[in-house]
Design a protein around this ligand. Structure first.
Ligand code: AMP
Ligand code: ZN
Length: 114
C-alpha cells in the first residue's frame, strides 16, 4: 500500500467505493465520474503506477484478472460489448498513479479512440 494513493485507500477500505467484484488479486469498482452508462475500474491490489512500471509477475496477475473479467461480463451488464482502456502519463491524462483499467460499456461507444 502506498501512502496518499486513493486506490490503495479504497482497497484498504479507508475510502468508500461501490465495489462490484473482489478477489485476492483485484477489485472492480464503479467509477465515481462515469463517462458512459457503465463505467467500471479494474484495479490490481498491488500498487504500481502503470504498465511501464509493471513487473512480469504483476503482468501475469493482470492477465489472470482479465480472464476473471471475462467471466463477469453478464453480471456487469456488458454482454453487448465493452472497451478496455488504461491511461499512462500526461498525454493520456492519467490522474491516478495506481494502475487501473477502465471498463466502458452499456451503450454504443464513440467510434473515436481518443
Ligand atoms: P485516469 O484518468 O485514467 O487516471 O482515471 C482515474 C479514474 O478514477 C477517473 O475516471 C476517476 O473518475 C476515477 N476515480 C477517482 N477517484 C475515485 C474514487 N474515489 N472512486 C471511484 N473512482 C474514482
Ligand atoms: Zn496505490
Amino acid at each position: 500500500m502506498k501512502k496518499d494513493c486513493v486506490f490503495c485507500k479504497i482497497i484498504a477500505g479507508e475510502i468508500p467505493s461501490e465495489k462490484v467484484y473482489e478477489d485476492n488479486l483485484m477489485i472492480i469498482i464503479k467509477d465515481i465520474n462515469p463517462q458512459v452508462k457503465k463505467h467500471f475500474l479494474l484495479i490490481p491490489k498491488k500498487h504500481y503506477a502503470n504498465i511501464v512500471e509493471m513487473s512480469l509477475e504483476e503482468a501475469v496477475e493482470l492477465g489472470e484478472s482479465l480472464k476473471t473479467l471475462s467471466t463477469l461480463v453478464d453480471d456487469l451488464g456488458l454482454q453487448d460489448g465493452f472497451r478496455l482502456v488504461s491511461n499512462k502519463g500526461g498525454n493520456a491524462r492519467q490522474t491516478v498513479e495506481h494502475l487501473h483499467i477502465h471498463i466502458l460499456g452499456g451503450e454504443l461507444l464513440s467510434d473515436k479512440m481518443g
